[in-house]
Design a protein around this ligand. Structure first.
Ligand SMILES: [Zn+2]
Length: 67
C-alpha cells in the first residue's frame, strides 16, 4: 500500500523549504531556486511518496536571503 504525503512550501533563507504535512513523518528538504539543487534535511517516512506544490503559495525569489 502506498501512502502519499503532501509537502508544503515556504521561503527560507536557504531556499525553498518543503515540509511534510504528516506529523509522524517530518520530512524536510530544501530546494535551491537558483541552482536547482535539492538537500534533504530529514528523510522522515522513506516508504511514503512525497509530492509538493507551490500552488497557492506566492513565491518571490528576490526575497530569498537572510531576513
Ligand atoms: Zn511525509
Amino acid at each position: 500500500m502506498t501512502t502519499f504525503h503532501q509537502l508544503t512550501c515556504a521561503v527560507s533563507p536557504g531556499g525553498l523549504l518543503f515540509t511534510c504535512e504528516d506529523d509522524e513523518c517530518g520530512r524536510r528538504l530544501i530546494v535551491d531556486p537558483a541552482g536547482g539543487g535539492l538537500v534533504v534535511i530529514d528523510h522522515g517516512d522513506r516508504a511514503a511518496l512525497h509530492r509538493g506544490s507551490v500552488g497557492g503559495v506566492r513565491l518571490s525569489p528576490a526575497r530569498v536571503g537572510p531576513a
